[in-house]
Design a protein around this ligand. Structure first.
Ligand code: PLP
Length: 369
């Protein structure tokens, strides 16, 4: 008799569906026997510029130190982030990607019998982190694909400990403005931790979107999470962070692994934070690429959800899985989002001009009658 180790797992873990990442280039090359050099990946909202040269130089300089443990407190990165956001160092929690921070929140504040509230079509990690600790995810129906903040408020009950909000949201690209955020924070119960996930804010700030950092002083139950994976171009290194009250940061510090951010990530993040030219160029390329793709979609008479991120959800008004398969055969990887309950959509990350054109070309071919 062999033991059934699925049956042995906690019931909440048995019920989990694992996160489905974008297909790696090499995997598609193997599966369809394609040349990896000819494949383009617009599937994981990665920065198409490649990493900042300053980050690469910092990594090279750090390599001889790999035998040492990293700075478990991330002093230098926290110091720079504190300066950058006008907060104290003890308000910052570093994570192995911002997903790590979301997990820390769940472990510190959620348990069976408690719940977290988030929107339909919200980022897939919210339900995973919530369910992994046996808590319940309360899913609030979306409004025009975006967060219905009024309905989210109404869904909060005595067992709610956390609300997850993404602004802009992934995979929809939808957003809410400063007035909506203020009104929400004024009315949310003080004991409910509001996690404002700003993974894409660098692409969107100033465009009708609030900067969550400026609400921290007034709202002790607010936590703002950010990442170096998107606009800062360091997805592979896994580094993100949260800014909150010092008390919440102290709680999260108790449950995190001692060396959760590696030394290459720490130095690269510091360098990337100082490379404002890189950030500017990324914003410019993204804005131009968004216009380019929207124009191409318009010509194809396709609809999409307006987005403030570095990606766009395209509505094919029919099952998009066959279209995705056909695009893969053309060597173009985008993201199916049927798992989010959006089977008619594909999410396309904004790439460089020639990558966007390759995507549009492939799409024209695939949709041709
Ligand atoms: C990509 C993304 C993140 C970032 O995850 P990391 O773990 O920092 O790479 C967080 N939230 C949302 C909504 C995202 O799309």
């Amino acid at each position: 008799m062999t033991c059934d180790f699925l049956a042995q797992a906690l019931p909440c873990v048995q019920k989990l569906s694992p996160y489905v990442p974008g297909k790696p280039v090499d995997e598609l090359a193997r599966e369809l026997n394609l040349d990896p050099a000819g494949i383009i990946k617009l599937a994981s909202n990665e920065n198409p510029l490649g990493p900042s040269p300053k980050a690469l130089a910092a990594i090279r300089a750090e390599l001889p130190e790999l035998t040492r443990y990293p700075d478990g407190n991330g002093f230098e990165l926290k110091q720079r982030l504190a300066q950058c956001h006008g907060v104290q160092m003890n308000q910052i929690t570093l994570g192995n990607g911002s997903n790590d921070v979301l997990d820390l929140i769940a472990r510190a504040y959620l348990a069976p019998g408690l719940n977290a509230v988030f929107s339909q079509y919200a980022f897939a990690v919210y339900p995973i982190s919530t369910q992994a600790v046996g808590a319940t995810g309360k899913v609030v129906p979306a409004r025009q694909w975006g967060h219905d903040l009024e309905a989210i408020l109404a869904a909060i009950d005595a067992d709610t400990r956390v609300v997850f909000l993404a602004n802009p949201n992934n995979p929809t690209g939808t957003w809410f403005g400063p007035d909506a955020l203020s009104a929400f924070l004024e009315r949310v119960p003080e004991n409910v931790l509001v996690v404002l996930d700003e993974a894409y804010i660098e692409y969107a700030e100033g465009e009708e979107l609030p900067n969550g950092m400026s609400y921290l002083a007034r709202h002790a139950n607010l936590l703002v999470s950010r990442t170096f994976s998107k606009a800062y171009g360091l997805a592979a290194l896994r580094v993100g962070y949260a800014v909150s009250s010092a008390q919440i940061a102290d709680v999260l510090n108790r449950v995190r692994q001692p060396f959760n951010v590696n030394s290459l990530a720490l130095v690269a993040a510091c360098a990337a934070l100082g490379d404002t030219d890189y950030l500017q160029e990324g914003r410019r390329v993204n804005a131009a690429g968004m216009r380019q793709i929207e124009q191409g979609l318009r010509e194809l008479k396709l609809d999409w959800i307006p987005s403030r991120g570095n990606f766009i959800a395209v509505n094919f008004a029919r099952d998009a899985a066959p279209i995705n398969q056909a695009l893969l055969k053309e060597g173009v990887i985008v993201r199916p989002i049927g798992g989010y309950g959006m089977p008619d959509f594909l999410r396309v990350s904004i790439g460089l001009e020639h990558e966007n054109e390759r995507f549009l070309q492939a799409l024209r071919k695939v949709l041709a009658p």
